[in-house]
Design a protein around this ligand. Structure first.
Ligand code: APR
Length: 263
């Protein structure tokens, strides 16, 4: 009787059209807290869900802006983990062997890209993109160029002022992430759906599957005929639906899964 990891590794070796769907757990071993990890410091008393909304931003622009700038600087100091680099290597391997691998992530960090993956679909936007809250035009903002140091500790008396839009006279910059209640970027979402409909293997890594519509994506792939594998140290609602549930972390399990393929 083959162990689940052996069966999954065999599916990986045979797969030609792969979709990897990731959530915050993918970046946990890069020391980026997940959404449902307890927050620390100034942010300890806030639920992410209560900060990640346009209403919260309009109610207290400085607080929410500071939270996002703090997170973007935390991510800049984070290092892609073995899970990110394994996925990047897998994508490159398939690209030169008549296959394809699409990464569709709920994460707003750039760790997949820094781990070697190309054309990453950011279903919930990106922390490194900014646009005007009023005129919606994109604008560049670099905290370091603005003199904000990564190790700066924020507290009630030490938060950032929002940045004025360089294009219009009235707006302030907002992060290019999808806030609760907002639509997902249609091009990223429809590209993910298209890839799932062609996939022979869908791997879901590090998501609690609590937030729609991203949470519906894995089953779309399975219903279109793909084998569905979930990797998460904690059982989720998807774990019983997946063809194989691997109870492990991304950095520990991803390299094992690719052993046979990349050996
Ligand atoms: N490896 C793999 N999975 C992990 C690891 C790890 N090292 N550490 C934690 N996990 C799992 C947790 O068990 C949990 O199921 O990652 C998942 C993280 O879940 P959430 O924090 O809910 O993050 P996510 O599923 O990405 O949240 C989805 O919710 O708040 C919104 O827009 C936000 O994109 C986010 C969305």
């Amino acid at each position: 009787m083959m162990a689940d990891i052996e069966i999954a590794a065999k599916w990986v070796a045979e797969a030609r059209s792969v979709v990897v769907l990731t959530g915050a757990g993918m970046s946990a071993e890069s020391s980026v807290p997940t959404f449902r990890d307890a927050q620390t410091g100034l942010w300890e008393r806030f639920e992410p869900e209560h900060l990640a909304t346009e209403d919260a931003f309009r109610a207290d622009p400085s607080l929410v802006w500071t939270w996002y700038v703090w997170r973007s600087m935390l991510i800049d100091t984070a290092i892609p983990n073995a899970g990110h680099t394994a996925i990047g290597a897998w994508q490159k391997h398939l690209a030169v062997n008549n296959g394809s691998l699409t990464v569709a992530t709920q994460n707003v960090d750039d760790l997949h890209e820094r781990g070697g993956a190309d054309d990453v679909l950011h279903l919930h936007g990106s922390l490194h993109n900014y646009r005007c809250l009023e005129c919606s035009r994109p604008a560049a903002f670099d905290p370091r160029a603005a003199g904000i140091r990564a190790e700066r500790e924020f507290d009630e008396d030490n938060i950032l002022e929002p940045v004025a839009c360089p294009h219009c006279a009235t707006g302030i910059l907002r992060p290019g992430v999808v806030w609760f209640g907002e639509m997902l970027p249609q091009d990223a979402f429809s590209s993910a759906i298209h890839a799932l409909q062609q996939a022979d293997l869908v791997l879901v890594v590090g998501t609690s599957g609590l937030v729609q519509p991203a949470a519906s994506l894995p089953v779309i792939g399975q219903e279109a005929g793909a084998k569905l594998v979930e990797m998460n140290p904690v059982h989720t609602d998807l774990s019983n639906t997946a063809d194989i549930y691997l109870k492990s972390t991304a950095a520990a399990m991803m390299p094992q899964l690719l052993d046979e393929l990349l050996a």
